[in-house]
Design a protein around this ligand. Structure first.
Ligand code: FAD
Length: 297
């Protein structure tokens, strides 16, 4: 079944992992993946080049492990900024050869000092290209409940999001956010703009202050007062920050699922124990919501 077909049947639960650092062997991630397998995710996506790294081989190898050893659908991220059309086609061929037909098409993080190749300046161009040249692939794209940092405003950003969907993106995965109201307001804006594809909410459990500060600095995502208070109060206790960060993510997920979100995409940061705790705390709401959901056929 295609991933988009899944959204008609259930509240989707997906995970994201990233390749190990260049000096570690790629299969060092296998124990983590095996622990994540027990969460029975609907798919696992693998980043490529996020944060300015270059791990094309690692991404393909990990997608292969997920799809063919763990029997879980894999989604490969495909950033376009530093790839030529030929390189993208070659990557799609490699993914095809391991039976991975789902990608997340992105512009990609900018790498300081590195000049973009110029074939794909924005994600909509990559979506259009893949949709035209490889219609056998299913394409997801990224979206931003707090608005993308480079967009002039929401009107501009949602307009470009619509271009990606019109070009062939059949599912969207959101940037992390800490305030569910921002996601609900964003969802309303997408509906007004006529964006009708499933939108998964990206949730990142933040369990230490340095991690949160780094991530919000990169992504420009605001920290609500409630979460700032938790960090101030518990930052000096590793255990309390871990418990509080997990509880905050669980709270976000239960609220989103109860409001009928299409799916939750958990940014695991390769921390399987945290992902497992979140799954154990929320599994029943996914199951109950998938059973009761009246979804359009
Ligand atoms: P775009 O859709 O191109 O948007 C980028 C900016 O340009 C926005 O401000 C948008 O409004 C504007 N824009 C879009 N189209 C046009 C246009 N035609 N003309 C003018 N302006 C336009 N990065 C990686 O390198 N590797 C990864 O694996 C990775 N995984 C990610 C996973 C998720 C779920 C998310 C949310 C992000 C991920 N990123 C990754 C980061 C992503 O590459 C950055 O957020 C990047 O800055 C934007 O990517 P995009 O695909 O949304 O770009």
């Amino acid at each position: 079944m295609s991933l988009t077909g899944l959204f008609k049947q259930k509240t989707v639960f997906s995970l994201e992992v990233f390749p190990p650092k260049k000096d570690s062997p790629t299969d060092a991630i296998l124990p983590t993946l095996k622990r994540l397998q027990s969460l029975q995710p609907d798919f696992i996506s693998v980043t490529l080049g996020a944060g300015g790294t270059d791990h094309c081989n690692g991404t393909v190898t990990i997608a292969d492990l997920i799809q063919n050893q763990l029997n879980i659908p894999a989604v490969s991220h495909v950033p376009g900024l530093y790839q030529t059309k030929e390189q993208v086609l070659a990557l799609l061929d490699r993914l095809d050869s391991i039976n991975v037909k789902n990608i997340l098409a992105l512009r990609g993080d900018r790498i300081p000092g590195k000049t973009p190749v110029g074939d794909f300046s924005h994600a909509n161009e990559l979506v259009h290209f893949v949709h035209e040249r490889r219609p056998d692939f299913s394409i997801a794209s990224a979206c931003y409940p707090n608005c993308h940092t480079e967009a002039a405003d929401f009107v501009d950003d949602i307009g470009h999001l619509k271009e990606k969907v019109d070009a062939g993106a059949d599912h969207l995965i959101s940037q992390l956010f800490f305030d569910n109201q921002a996601f609900y307001d964003f969802k309303e804006k997408t509906e007004i703009a006529g964006i009708n594809v499933p939108i998964e909410a990206g949730i990142m459990p933040c369990t230490n202050k340095n991690q949160i500060e780094r991530i919000t600095q990169i992504s420009g995502v605001p920290i609500p007062k409630k979460f700032a208070a938790i960090m101030d109060r518990y930052q000096d206790s590793k255990e309390a920050m871990l418990d509080a960060g997990i509880a905050y993510a669980v709270d976000q997920i239960i609220d989103l699922v109860s409001q009928g979100v299409d799916g939750i995409h958990l940014y695991t940061m390769n921390k399987s124990k945290i992902a497992k705790r979140i799954w154990e705390e929320t599994r029943s709401v996914f199951e109950a919501s998938s059973q009761s959901a009246t979804r359009p056929g």
